[in-house]
Design a protein around this ligand. Structure first.
Ligand SMILES: CC(C)(COP(=O)(O)OP(=O)(O)OC[C@H]1O[C@@H](n2cnc3c(N)ncnc32)[C@H](O)[C@@H]1O)[C@@H](O)C(=O)NCCC(=O)NCCS
Ligand SMILES: Nc1ncnc2c1ncn2[C@@H]1O[C@H](COP(=O)(O)OP(=O)(O)OP(=O)(O)O)[C@@H](O)[C@H]1O
Length: 242
């Protein structure tokens, strides 16, 4: 099975691309933003830790479920404005997110998917690219990124720039990626690029994933090889976590 890590910058178009992957190409996608929401649902250990640290101000009443839930904009304000708190929040959430994601990958393998795409906003920042077979970047210029972020989230230029600054600059991610999907033009242009990369992924997997499914030690050996060789590559480039 080919595990693709799909990343980008905030608002460069990951969701636009993954929607196409799911609907047109029928590819299994695991969205780590969605997983990040699950790990802070009511009564989870992660939410308890967050409330212990920041108090009830990070909660809001949800009429639909009749309970207190995480107020995401409030936690976002803390995370995007304070580097030390960002680190603390990530220290609580990332291990829980990783555990759930590993489980989703195993489920995809067991149900004989040839390709699984992980939509990971912080693929490079969290050095998760070492654990995937291919890192694909959804790219648009920083100017387009800023405009789309301001329009989509109805935020000021200053607020949008602060969110962009919490990640590696999109131009720096280009050299770290194995493949780039350009999303500066029309959606139709992007759909064409997506079709091209999907063909490349399918060419890489062919019948190999069936062999791996029939012989799990082969799949485990390939995963171990990818992790080991990417770790070596990273060390020789002097890569380190943010
Ligand atoms: C801060 C939170 C509460 C804001 O929630 P909100 O619903 O407003 O936004 P959402 O979750 O949809 O994220 C939107 C985008 O923000 C960016 N972003 C999210 N977390 C981070 C982070 N820790 N560092 C930098 N950028 C981030 C990503 O580009 C993401 O796609 C939320 O993003 C969160 O819990 N973040 C911490 C978990 C995390 O690191 N998630 C990234 C998954 S790898
Ligand atoms: N090719 C395009 N042309 C015009 N608008 C686009 C294009 N691609 C994406 N957009 C718009 O740009 C905004 C950001 O796109 P999208 O939500 O897919 O980004 P994202 O990378 O998933 O964002 P996030 O990191 O916040 O999850 C959305 O409002 C989307 O409709």
């Amino acid at each position: 099975m080919l595990v693709v890590g799909l990343t980008g910058g905030i608002s460069t178009g990951k969701s636009t691309v993954t929607q196409r992957l799911r609907e047109e190409h029928k590819i299994k996608v695991v969205d780590l933003d969605a997983v990040a929401r699950q790990v802070v649902e009511p009564h989870t250990p992660a939410l308890r830790q967050i409330v212990d640290r920041y108090g009830k101000e990070v909660l809001r009443w949800d009429d639909k479920t009749q309970q207190e839930v995480l107020d995401r904009p409030s936690l976002g304000k803390i995370l995007f404005n304070d580097k030390a708190e960002k680190k603390w929040i990530e220290g609580v959430l990332h291990p829980a997110i990783l555990k759930r994601t590993a489980w989703e990958v195993l489920k995809a393998y067991a149900s004989l998917h040839s390709i699984v795409v992980l939509d990971v906003p912080l693929l490079f920042e969290a050095t998760l690219h070492r654990y995937v077979g291919l890192a694909a970047l959804v790219y648009c210029s920083p100017q387009t990124q800023l405009q789309r972020l301001m329009a989509r989230d109805s935020v000021s230029k200053e607020e949008a720039e602060k969110k962009m600054a919490a990640q590696f600059p999109i131009d720096d991610k280009v050299s770290l990626a194995d493949q780039v999907i350009h999303n500066d033009g029309t959606r139709e242009d992007t759909h064409r690029e997506v079709a091209m990369v999907v063909q490349q992924w399918r060419d890489r997997t062919r019948w190999w994933y069936v062999v791996q499914w029939l012989c799990p030690p082969l799949a485990a050996a390939q995963a171990a090889w990818i992790i080991w060789s990417k770790k070596k590559q990273g060390e020789s480039k002097g890569e380190k976590r943010e």
